[in-house]
Write a protein that binds this ligand. Sequence first.
Ligand code: 7TS
Length: 393
Amino acid sequence: MRVYLDNNATTKIDPLVRVKMQPFFEELYGNPNSLHQYGMEVRPHLNKAMGEMYDALNVPDKDDILITSCATESNNAVLKGVFFQHILKNPEKNHIVTSSVEHPAIIETLMFLSDYGVDVTYVDVDDNGGISAQAVKDAVTDKTILISMMWANNETGMIFPVEEVSAFAKEKGILFHTDAVQAIGKVHVDLTKVDVDYLTFSAHKFHGPKGVGGLYVKKGKTLPNLLHGGEQMGGKRAGTLNVAYIVGMGLAMRQAANHVEKMNTDVRRLRDKLEDALAKISDTIVVGPREKRTPNTLLISLRGIEGEAMLWDLNRAGIAASTGSACASESLHANPVMSAIGEDPELAHTAMRLSLSRFTTEEEIDYTIELFTKAAERLRSISSTYAYTNEAG
Ligand code: 7TS
């Protein structure tokens, strides 16, 4: 059996999305900016897909959705855009507040910008991996131009207080951006309830294709173009549009919004079943109260067992999980979010993330429970033999 429990890294394409994309590779391949029939015939499909995205976020189309190549590009576009548009012109307001557990697409971009005079405050998480709205408010100064805080964390699934922080930002006249990559399709992302200026999303996290993402920009909160060239996207981002992927993202986003309830009933039940079973293994720590997490995510640590050793055992049994963000796995062997949470450095090396999707089945969860428990027993027995040998030797 093969079980995929790394859906926070990427998801499989929804079969409906794949079928919907197919004609745009072979028949409807015109450039939507062309004036001939090949161009004209794809434009309505593009408009429909854009409409699906506006509807999924519950925003009017007087606001903007910029199509990007991924969430990383969307995050770069906001942070570098705010730098060019505001900070460069008015260095008096050069302060950005963010959390210490953002994705590298935020942290690394801010580190880069700090070489150009941007002052960044990274608000720490509490012991549950949560962010306190008050801590964010306290970090703000009269120099703050932007708060960028993710909607839900990719490692722990912890949902951050976007509603309270965005309302506060609005009251203070500070721009507010949220990286909602891990929230779309898992919680209601309704922008009539949460007042954001910018919001990042990525199709491959909600069963759409890889290599396409979006950036919602509220009316009047324009950003400068970072890709100069042709007139595509109203001159806001040049480059020929990938119609197939945009059409795929539109349908995937509609499907994601339609499946929020299923995620919060069926997928949550499976996640809780998995969590309850694994938490019975001795010396186990699960990060964050489950009601404050996205319904598909579980970050668990088994004391004394290296996360990577455990993953290796699981992988051999056909089960795919991760020790953390795939974006960091080549350079870091400790989970950076666990490092931020724990006073105990061991936690960072023992953390494992299991993330489900609406395609995860009960059989897959039962199989995972059985194999995970066996792997834990096997590795614990080896490590106790190892500890004994070491003591003896
Ligand atoms: N933001 C968040 C919150 C993410 O989780 C990711 C990917 C990105 C941005 C980047 O998305 P992309 O579309 O540019 O690839 N996160 C993960 C992860 O947790 N494991 O692998 C990738």
